[in-house]
Design a protein around this ligand. Structure first.
Ligand SMILES: CCCCCCCC/C=C\CCCCCCCC(=O)N[C@@H](COP(=O)(O)O)[C@H](O)/C=C/CCCCCCCCCCCCC
Length: 218
């Protein structure tokens, strides 16, 4: 549907995100950066539909997506086909600030690490949502998942702002409706399908980053 300015409305679809995460893994379990980024784009659509309180989160995610897209479309784009090839290329060519911020503030490795940590939050949050009951609060599920994952990497001011945003999340029923899947049971079933995919992508990336000591990039 076109809005008043003539641009096409970006409606969130959980099915679309599920399909994108399905495409993320190659036969030999490498993570395609193009599909990883597309998955995040889909998730950001959902975030944007929640209103301007989430604008500062969406802005940061979009910024990181754009950094990765510019690597993918850049002159060395062929080195960025998978997360594995990106890590090898950037490390071999000393393109990553390993211990303190320096000449490579927008390396693919550093940028992806931020989204990778957020993927853990997503996994924890969606698992809570999947197993929740009608009276469960999305704000509590979201905050618990955040405190267990991303919060450890954020300064006080970001944690406070995130906490305020969580308080205005829609209730469970409205939240499930925005996913555009159908009745709650169908959303829950689709979450059950999506979670193992998200979890596998997370685990593979986590292992890769751990092998190369990249989990604490500044
Ligand atoms: C299946 C659909 C249902 C759930 C849909 C959820 C949609 C979520 C979409 C996007 C999530 C946001 C991803 C945020 C990436 C944050 C990366 C990050 O940690 N950035 C910080 C560090 O960056 P550098 O300074 O080192 O470059 C940066 O400081 C962060 C700033 C923004 C605050 C991030 C708070 C994140 C809260 C978790 C997301 C809550 C979304 C709630 C919606 C349900």
């Amino acid at each position: 549907m076109a809005d008043s300015e003539g641009s096409v409305e970006q409606k969130f679809s959980l099915q679309e995100v599920l399909d994108t995460f399905k495409l993320c893994l190659s036969e030999n379990k490498e993570v395609y950066l193009q599909h990883y980024v597309a998955g995040w784009r889909g998730l950001v659509k959902f975030l944007n539909s929640l209103g301007s309180v989430f604008g500062f989160i969406s802005k940061d995610a979009v910024n990181k997506i754009q950094v990765l897209v510019s690597h993918l479309n850049g002159e060395n784009g062929s080195q960025y086909v998978t997360v594995q090839s990106m890590v090898k290329y950037e490390l071999d060519n000393e393109l990553v600030d390993l211990t303190k911020r320096g000449g490579h503030p927008e390396s693919g490795c550093r940028t992806l690490l931020r989204l990778h940590r957020a993927l853990r939050w997503l996994e924890l949050f969606l698992e809570r949502l999947r197993t929740s009951t009608e009276d469960s609060k999305t704000s509590v599920m979201c905050a618990d998942a955040y405190n267990e994952s991303l919060a450890q990497h954020h300064p006080w001011v970001v944690r406070k702002a995130a906490g305020v945003a969580f308080c205005v999340l829609p209730g469970r029923q409205a939240f499930l409706e925005v996913m555009n899947v159908g009745p709650p049971e169908q959303v829950v079933a689709m979450l059950g399908e999506a979670l193992p995919l998200i979890s596998e992508v997370y685990q593979i990336t986590e292992e890769l980053y751990s092998q190369h000591n990249l989990l604490d990039l500044p």
